[in-house]
Design a protein around this ligand. Structure first.
Ligand SMILES: [Zn+2]
Length: 75
């Protein structure tokens, strides 16, 4: 009889693990996919989505400040 109880507990634990595992998977699905184009700031090297970046002289920047400090650099 205790064997049966043990089996029931094992089944419950496996079921519970599967459930939480599936929940974790669906949570990952819900997260925004990083399929979007990522670009690198030419000034600080940070990666950011292309649509949030600034494009200047064929280079991407994370913000106006970095675009300015990069292009203002004597080269
Ligand atoms: Zn930057």
């Amino acid at each position: 009889m205790s064997r049966l109880l043990f089996l029931a507990v094992v089944i419950f634990v496996v079921y519970w693990l599967l459930k939480s595992y599936r929940k974790q998977l669906s949570r990952e699905d819900a997260a925004p996919a990083p399929a979007e184009d990522m670009v690198r700031c030419a000034q600080c090297g940070v990666h950011l989505p292309k649509r949030e970046s600034l494009l200047a002289g064929g280079k991407y920047f994370c913000g106006e400040e970095h675009r300015r400090s990069y292009t203002g650099k004597p080269e």
